[in-house]
Design a protein around this ligand. Structure first.
Ligand code: C2E
Ligand code: CA
Ligand code: CA
Length: 640
């Protein structure tokens, strides 16, 4: 026959199964290292122990009259039930505070004050075998409540109300899903309590708590959508949410941004699988400096470390030092170049947007200084100003296309021109394209700007002036970002054809600097436009990126050797050898060569024996406004 209280036991068993499963699952998921995780696990453990105590009590209860041993054990487990039960609401308060992210700001004193009720109640409970303040067994061995149990209830209610108070006060510090789940937790737990309070025979309190904790496990503790799959640290979305939390709770912290600058090149050289391995090694290293849960991958090659107490400067230096050594794995051994930025909130960065601005802004040309902070970050402000200037420029026509002529080596006759964009802002003055083009790329205005240049060039060609003066083509710079846009080829065709410009009179210049993953798109865009009759030039040959492969693979008509290569070749020596060999190789594969940055007659003489086809540079002319350029070609100023 079933014992009379088997109904109670069934409730407890379900409760224990649910809590225990949640406990095991959380451990398997290894979500154990944050304070929040630890508090959550303690709540689960407390509920499990609570259930165990109460089950033993329920099993022993029928035998307490006949067996003294059963009675003694009953008393012991009744006591342990109270010991554990009293812990739930204080832990809950700390848990809620850590989920909303304010617990780190609690002083030791506040933590102590909030723990005081727990100590007090545990004190009552531990004294209970002697004092019987909380409960006692009467002469019929019936369980009877005493005054201290009322205090226990009151304290629990106060703590739960405090938890709710914090939850609502910092409601915006957590995302919607967590808001809902925490509310759900409270509702289910409170309903369980109330039912049991109304009818002592329905043991729903622990069951309610177990179910609520399971809900928290699924929605609050679960971090699958916050984790970067490749590296196991947090992703960009998590960074957004956590920063939001930090700002809402007015936390002081420091942000360290580590850019792995050469990841594209490494990916090209060693393949993306190896890059992943190297990045994981770097992440492992970061974990030796800050806890796992303060590391974010904001971009494939940008990591963000958030420090609360730690000294950002020291960490930055440490990271810099580590990146001076190579990263090895099996047979690869590679140097990762890192640029490190750090700033404090709220002193240097005041908003969530500021932080992401710092993370996402393209780096200025970093010199030998790998670490940037304080004044070195002023370029960020400037970047914001430049963004404004671009917006104004587009709305109020501050952009102008200049033309710089190009010449045949043979007889130094005019060959064509390169269109170069100028921005003259009323506030900032003239802004160099080296500065505003990267910003425009980043804020998504490069398409508009590119279309503007192309229209200007087409309209110039349509006027007939260039053709009548013997220009063969006009070169238009394309940003790789532009080329990646869907519908790019169609867009180019529709603009050019609306001006009826013959395709062979336009030569597109590209600086090939894309990540390996985008390489195929770029190559097919070039293919399509070449088939439509346009010409292509590779810009900036010899400046760092592994152009060699692209020279072979992408179908360029002209390779533009960068001015730095020419300038380095002025004296006999390595520089000269690089120039000569580059030229020889390009000729061998049957492409034409243009050398830019020609400033002196001596440079022309260096280039003449190398069978360079075209020249461009200040020696002939600086980039000129259209009217001045027209004057120049009218004069047919053929130098020498
Ligand atoms: P780039 O395509 O390599 O353009 C050549 C740059 O070298 C131009 O600078 C030009 O003024 C400069 N230059 C030409 N000859 C000489 C010389 O003899 N000596 C010296 N010291 N410099 C010379 P600029 O106009 O400031 O343009 C800088 C970069 O901005 C360009 O480099 C190009 O990458 C980008 N850019 C300019 N206009 C556009 C555009 O319309 N669209 C895109 N996507 N990028 C543009
Ligand atoms: Ca160019
Ligand atoms: Ca160039």
């Amino acid at each position: 026959m079933l014992p009379a209280n088997s109904f109670h036991i069934a409730f407890y068993i379900i409760a224990i199964l649910i809590s225990f499963t949640s406990l095991v699952y959380t451990m398997i998921q290894q979500r154990t290292d944050r304070l929040q995780n630890k508090l959550f696990l303690s709540m689960l453990l407390v509920v499990v122990l609570n259930c165990l105590s109460v089950i033993v009590c329920a099993l022993l209860d029928p035998y307490k009259q006949d067996s003294q041993t059963a009675y003694i054990f009953l008393e012991i487990f009744q006591l342990s039930y109270f010991i554990f039960h009293a812990m739930i609401s204080p832990i809950l308060l700390f848990y809620v505070c850590s989920v909303i992210g304010i617990i780190d700001q609690f002083s030791m004193r506040r933590k102590l004050v909030y723990s005081l009720p727990l100590f007090l109640i545990e004190f009552f409970i531990l004294l209970n075998p002697v004092m019987h303040w909380v409960y006692y067994y009467d002469e019929n061995k019936e369980f009877t409540r005493n005054w201290a149990e009322t205090i226990m209830y009151v304290v629990s209610i106060v703590l739960i109300v405090m938890s709710l108070y914090y939850l609502f006060r910092f409601w915006n510090a957590i995302n919607h899903r967590r808001q809902m789940m925490l509310l759900y937790f409270f509702i289910v737990a409170i309903v369980g309590m109330v039912i049991q309070l109304v009818n002592i025979n329905i043991k729903s309190e622990l069951l309610g708590e177990s179910i609520a904790l399971m809900g928290l496990m699924l929605a609050v503790e679960n971090e699958d959508d916050r984790i970067d799959a490749d590296t196991d640290v947090y992703n960009r979305k998590a960074l957004h949410l956590d920063l939001n939390n930090f700002f809402v709770t007015k936390r002081r912290f420091k942000v360290i941004v580590v850019h792995i600058v050469n990841s594209d090149i490494i990916q090209r050289m060693t393949g993306s699988a190896n890059l992943d391995i190297l990045v994981r090694l770097a992440v492992k290293y970061f974990q030796t400096i800050v806890p796992r849960y303060r590391i974010y991958r904001a971009n494939p090659s940008i990591f963000v470390l958030v420090c609360i107490e730690e000294d950002a400067e020291q960490i930055a230096k440490k990271i810099e030092k580590r990146f001076e050594a190579s990263w090895g794995y099996q047979d690869i051994d590679v140097m990762l170049n890192a640029a490190i930025l750090y700033a404090s909130v709220p002193e240097e960065l005041t908003t969530h947007e500021d932080v992401f601005f710092m993370i996402d802004s393209p780096l200025p040309n970093i010199g030998t200084d790998k670490i940037m902070h304080g004044n070195a970050l002023n370029y960020l402000m400037r970047r914001g100003d430049v963004e404004g200037a671009i917006q104004r420029g587009m709305a109020e026509q501050h952009f102008e296309v200049y033309y710089q002529p190009t010449y045949h080596m043979d007889g130094l006759k005019l060959h064509g021109a390169e269109a170069l964009l100028r921005l003259n802002d009323p506030q900032l003055g003239s802004v160099s394209p080296d500065e505003f083009i990267p910003v425009a790329e980043q804020v998504g205005m490069i398409n508009e700007i590119g279309n503007f240049v192309l229209r200007q060039v087409c309209s110039f060609w349509q006027s007939g002036v260039p053709e009548q003066n013997g220009l063969e083509s006009i070169n238009v710079n394309l940003s790789v970002i532009q080329c990646m846009q869907p519908g790019f080829v169609k867009n180019i065709l529709s603009i050019v054809d609306s001006f009826k410009v013959p395709h062979e009179n336009l030569n597109f210049e590209i600086t090939e600097s894309v990540a390996a993953s985008d390489y195929n798109i770029l190559s097919s865009v070039i293919q399509e436009l070449k088939q439509a009759g346009f010409l292509f030039s590779m810009d900036d040959y010899g400046t760092g990126y592994s152009n060699m492969q692209s020279v072979f693979e992408l179908d360029f008509d002209i390779i533009k050797i960068d001015k730095s290569i020419l300038w380095a070749a002025e004296k006999e020596g390595t520089g000269r050898a690089i120039l000569e060999n580059s030229a020889r190789m390009i000729l061998q594969i049957g492409k034409k060569i243009l050398v830019e940055g020609v400033e002196t007659a001596e440079q022309i003489e260096i280039l003449r024996p190398l069978k360079v086809d075209y020249l461009q540079g200040y020696y002939f002319s600086r980039p000129l406004p259209k009217e001045e350029f027209i004057e120049l070609i009218h004069k047919r100023k053929e130098c020498l």
